[in-house]
Ligand binder design. Structure first.
Ligand SMILES: [Zn+2]
Length: 320
């Protein structure tokens, strides 16, 4: 087990498509990953029970320093529940069950939204508005204003991959037709690249985009997907007008597999008013830890907000 400095920490978990990661996040967003594991084929109930045991062990080892628990999940959330994870077939999951006791604050957030929050706080100067686009097994992201995600009616926002930037003849697993994310669907990508997909879809995609010696078909597929990504980002910039665009998950690898094709697709897709002064499009800073950083900082936001409110309620308005 790691030696931790003193001070409050959030216990943070990132549940991804095939695996999970558990660690701690300090007040400044420093994350230490302490354990990882696979959950392929496991029922969500069994996974939550396993995580609850791991979280309990970690909290005991941290001896009263835990401010709360943050869990990032691969889908939209509402009231600390995972509403659905299309690619995993999980629905209405009570993720807050990972807390070993009911008295500890828990924050459950969409992994892409949490990653976006992390980026908004890590980039300096802090962008007033930030568009974070994530390519994983699916395409998503978030729009962040002043370090916080924009709210929505049911927490279902940020599903950028389901904008109709794709082929209207193609049915997406989400139930809509013509989704942008369908282009990045692993079986479709494998077919196009004349390659055999593997059970770990994310690892397979990562290899496809970073292979130094791709087949002609794989190269052509990468070029097409980089252009698809650029075209979608241009559309999102036209719609949202962000100060900065950050590329999370595999999005930077998609771009870097065909930088010229990506840049051209962004350029020709932008309205002229943006083309003259386009926002920066940069790789995310937090890397693989981004959802852990974001959900950890969200825990501190929640706890500190609650403390401020309690102070206000008992002592009158807080003056700064
Ligand atoms: Zn869709």
């Amino acid at each position: 087990m790691h030696a931790h400095p003193s001070g409050p920490v959030a216990v943070v978990v990132d549940v991804r498509h095939g695996d999970w990661r558990l660690g701690t996040c300090d007040l400044d967003g420093t994350v230490r990953v302490i354990a990882t594991g696979q959950h392929g084929g496991m029922t969500p109930g069994k996974l939550l029970a396993r995580l609850q045991a791991r979280v309990g062990n970690l909290m005991r080892s941290l001896d009263g320093r835990v401010a709360g628990i943050g869990v990032a999940v691969p889908g939209p959330t509402a009231d600390n529940r995972l509403v659905h994870a299309t690619m995993l077939g999980w629905h209405d999951l009570e993720v807050a069950r990972v807390a070993p006791t009911p008295d500890v604050p828990v924050v459950v957030g969409n992994d892409a939204t949490m990653a976006a929050m992390a980026e908004a706080r890590l980039h300096t100067p802090h962008p007033h508005t930030l568009l974070h686009v994530v390519v994983e097994v699916g395409v998503g992201g978030a729009f962040i204003v002043d370090g916080r995600p924009t709210p929505s009616a049911r927490g279902l926002h940020g599903e950028f991959g389901h904008l109709p930037f794709g082929d209207p003849g193609v049915m997406c697993p989400c139930g809509a037709r013509g989704c942008w994310a369908a282009a990045f669907d692993v079986p479709a990508v494998a077919l196009r690249a004349k390659l055999r997909a593997e059970p770990d879809s994310r690892a397979w995609l990562h290899r496809l985009f970073t292979d130094p010696d791709p087949s002609p078909e794989a190269r052509e597929t990468r070029t097409a997907l980089a252009a698809d990504l650029g075209r979608g980002i241009a559309g999102l910039v036209n719609a949202l007008d962000p100060d900065l665009v950050t590329l999370g998950g595999l999005a930077a690898q998609v771009r870097d597999a065909s930088p010229a094709g990506f840049e051209r697709a962004v350029h020709i897709g932008l309205m002229k008013v943006h083309r003259d002064r386009p926002p920066g499009v940069v790789a995310a800073l937090a890397g693989e830890n981004a959802p852990l950083v974001g959900v950890g900082l969200s825990v501190f936001d929640r706890v500190l907000d609650a403390e401020m409110l309690a102070r206000w309620a008992t002592r009158g308005p807080v003056t700064t």
